[in-house]
Design a protein around this ligand. Structure first.
Ligand SMILES: CCCCCCCCCCCCCCCCCCC/C=C/C(=O)SCCNC(=O)CCNC(=O)[C@H](O)C(C)(C)COP(=O)(O)OP(=O)(O)OC[C@H]1O[C@@H](n2cnc3c(N)ncnc32)[C@H](O)[C@@H]1OP(=O)(O)O
Ligand SMILES: Cc1cc2nc3c(=O)[nH]c(=O)nc-3n(C[C@H](O)[C@H](O)[C@H](O)COP(=O)(O)OP(=O)(O)OC[C@H]3O[C@@H](n4cnc5c(N)ncnc54)[C@H](O)[C@@H]3O)c2cc1C
Length: 627
């Protein structure tokens, strides 16, 4: 109810206005909403911020920079920088990606050279491709960066390390000497975020600014390794784990809320010629577009909760020095981020398109969501690269499964029990246990298929790295299959263990089955190729999905209402709770800057002469008049 927090009409703002408005709202939220004694918002504040986050800035500061201080800093460094960052007295970002490199981190070119005489690091971007490019909040907001750079001592390279680098004066906010920094310009989305560029030339920082939890440099230049160096990639694992809830599940839930509510209101065409126009939600084709995406929201939410728990448990183990869970967590977080962002971004576009012309209007709130979700396929690990990372782990596990009994998320790779499907009716294929088994078998076969293909190539003399490259598409499919079995399996378990009413459990079970069946029907080639289903059973799987659409249709609006978004958060003329779509669209359009005058003077100056000339032409007075 605080009008300072209510969204302005963002679509009618310029990019710079949106940037300033986001800054205003974010700082107001932090000042008003968050208890001063703590930092991490909890309870209703966190729930609100997570829903309102889309037009906040400082997300990298909050979601990456601060967690990195905790992950990579020593206790002394945390004690120094965490309070400053938590109170926003310093604003930071995570500066890793460069103009020339984002995915291949071993190719990063920014250098931090140790100067023993002064006990300082000298930071340089030796060429244009070394310039940091993309980090959020860096162009105009941040005054510090957590800079990921190649550490060099006496000419020897030690790999990527994290350095705290101040880039702007804390009083004037001007760039410091040797710092060239700015905004990278208009993007597909994230209009309110100043993703920036950063060119560093001979910038000196104290030796103490190397974040030294995992390694340190002594005053005499001695380099000490202190832990599993793969923990240096730990911040990316954490963000991949966290962004699923914030940047995939939440926006897809918003898009589904808008599209389902609108589809219940929008009447268009006839099913029975003798009856009146129907709500488009009555078309099975529309249900087939929308309801599987609603199911994806729930299944991704359940799977993400399990992954967050896994990451939490792993973090506790790391504190005890046990990093044995890291390979599985890396593979799972990389695969989940890639596969769910792929599904989520595609799903948001499917439901946008299902809203016809008004879905193309920014007044629907849908283009904003779609464009924002597209970024999840690229940032925090480009999806293809992440899927190949996941596949790398799966191929290793498949080899190990030949001699060991595997546990964890890859246990099914060593399950050699009979997994043939005996389903005779479409009801059999709605059974959660049957759907889980089908997904496990498909994933196991996909991993083994990719592995076998590569082994055969290597046996025939192809170098292993070439075999890997040539089979990349099969490896990516194996990663997707692995994640789908994980999402279906964890969701079935989660729902079965949920203490809730029978009616709610029934709906959730139906949504889970719909998600699994939609995945089967969208990938039935794999399920038949790997002998998981017969062609006849594939027909039953389609029948099973259609049956679930029919069963869920009556509850569709109630299900999306349960996401509990306010109209202010949705920012949608199509998805507002009162369903007054047309009145809202008209009011919204009238507020457009284009309509602040009846005649648009800027363009009229070009039009006017033609209007007069046209009249002359029509009345026979104009140039070369032939009329
Ligand atoms: C302020 C208002 C208040 C708001 C309220 C607060 C709310 C805050 C919450 C927010 C939540 C989050 C929201 C997030 C929003 C997101 C916004 C966008 C942010 C975007 C940021 C970025 O994009 S940062 C840059 C990301 N970049 C990448 O991810 C780079 C990807 N590339 C790599 O990771 C690596 O290059 C690689 C893994 C692809 C290859 O690395 P490398 O060549 O070194 O390794 P190999 O492939 O040879 O493998 C070697 C070996 O290492 C293992 N390994 C690789 N990576 C990892 C890892 N991460 N962890 C563990 N192990 C790893 C790999 O498996 C191999 O092991 P083997 O045993 O040898 O097989
Ligand atoms: C909105 C947004 C916010 C961002 N925020 C930050 C931030 O805060 N901090 C930060 O450091 N970075 C940030 N980034 C950068 C982001 O992390 C990189 O864009 C991402 O890691 C991809 O790297 P790249 O852009 O170099 O693409 P590339 O790696 O060059 O990928 C280009 C193409 O090559 C393919 N490719 C690359 N390597 C392989 C391979 N090994 N096998 C097969 N195909 C391959 C990819 O699949 C892709 O199709 C942000 C990016 C965006 C879009």
């Amino acid at each position: 109810n605080d009008t300072s927090m209510q969204h302005r009409n963002l679509n009618h703002m310029t990019r710079e206005e949106r940037f300033s408005e986001a800054m205003r709202r974010t700082l107001y939220a932090l000042k008003v909403l968050l208890p001063r004694e703590g930092w991490t918002p909890v309870g209703p504040e966190m729930k609100y911020l997570a829903r309102a986050i889309k037009e906040f800035t400082f997300i990298i500061h909050a979601g990456v920079f601060i967690p990195c201080i905790m992950s990579y800093g020593t206790n002394e460094q945390i004690a120094k920088w965490f309070p400053l960052a938590a109170d926003f007295r310093i604003i930071g970002t995570y500066a890793q990606t460069e103009l020339g490199h984002g995915s291949f981190l071993r190719g990063l070119e920014t250098i931090a050279t140790y100067d023993r005489a002064n006990q300082e690091f000298i930071i340089n971007c030796p060429k244009i491709t070394a310039m940091k490019w993309w980090p959020g909040d860096m162009g105009k907001s941040a005054n510090h960066v957590l800079l990921m750079a190649e550490l060099v001592i006496d000419g020897k390279k030690y790999g990527m390390h994290g350095f705290m680098v101040q880039i702007r004066d804390l009083t004037t906010h001007e760039p410091l000497p040797g710092v060239t920094v700015g905004d990278i310009g208009a993007k597909l989305s994230f209009e309110s975020v100043d993703n920036g560029f950063l060119y560093l030339q001979n910038v000196r920082i104290p030796r103490e600014n190397l974040l030294s939890k995992l390694s340190e440099v002594h005053p005499d230049g001695t380099y000490i390794k202190k832990g599993n160096q793969r923990l240096m990639y730990g911040s990316m694992v954490r963000v991949r784990v966290n962004l699923i809830a914030h940047e995939i599940v939440m926006p897809l839930a918003k898009a589904c809320t808008i599209a389902v509510r609108y589809s219940a209101v929008r009447r268009q065409g006839l099913i029975n010629p003798s009856k009146e126009e129907v709500p488009v939600l009555d078309y099975v084709a529309q249900q087939h577009k929308l309801l599987p995406q609603v199911a994806t929201v729930f299944m991704a939410h359940f799977a993400a909760k399990q992954l967050v728990k896994m990451h939490h448990d792993y973090s506790l183990e790391v504190e005890k020095g046990n990093t044995s869970q890291l390979p599985e967590l890396h593979a799972l977080s990389a695969g989940m981020k890639a596969c769910l962002s792929e599904q989520g971004a595609a799903g948001a576009e499917i439901v946008r398109r299902a809203c016809g012309g008004h879905g193309y209007s920014c007044g629907s709130g849908l283009p904003f969501i779609v464009n924002r979700m597209l970024a999840t396929c690229t940032y925090e690990g480009e999806n293809t690269v992440m899927q190949l990372q996941c596949a790398r782990y799966l191929i290793k596990c498949a080899d190990q499964a030949k001699k060991d009994k595997l546990t964890g998320s890859v246990w099914y790779l060593s399950d050699f029990s009979n997994m043939s499907c005996t389903a005779q009716t479409f009801g059999d294929l709605q059974e959660p246990s049957v759907l889980v088994k089908l997904h496990e078998r498909r994933a196991k076969c996909a991993v083994q298929h990719a592995g076998k293909k590569m082994q055969n190539m290597v046996k025939n003399g192809t170098p292993a790295h070439d075999a890997w490259n040539m089979m990349a598409t099969l490896l990516i499919n194996a990663a997707r299959a692995h994640i789908m079995q994980y999402v279906v399996g964890t969701s079935v378990t989660y729902i079965s263990e949920l203490s809730c009413s029978a009616s709610l459990k029934k709906i959730l079970t139906q949504l889970c089955a719909l998600y699994a069946l939609h995945n089967i029907n969208s990938n039935c080639g794999d399920f038949v190729k790997f002998g998981c289903l017969t062609s006849a059973q594939c027909d039953l799987a389609q029948e099973a999905e259609f049956n679930l659409l029919k069963q869920l249709r009556p509850d569709a609006v109630g299900i999306v209402d349960s996401f509990d978004f306010t109209d202010d958060i949705l920012q949608s003329c199509l998805g507002a709770y009162d369903g007054n779509v047309y009145e809202r669209l008209f009011e919204w359009a009238k507020q457009a800057p284009m309509n602040k005058t009846e005649v648009h003077q800027d363009s009229y100056q070009y039009l006017q002469p033609y209007l007069h000339e046209g009249r002359d032409v029509l009345e026979g007075r104009g140039r070369n008049s032939k009329l």
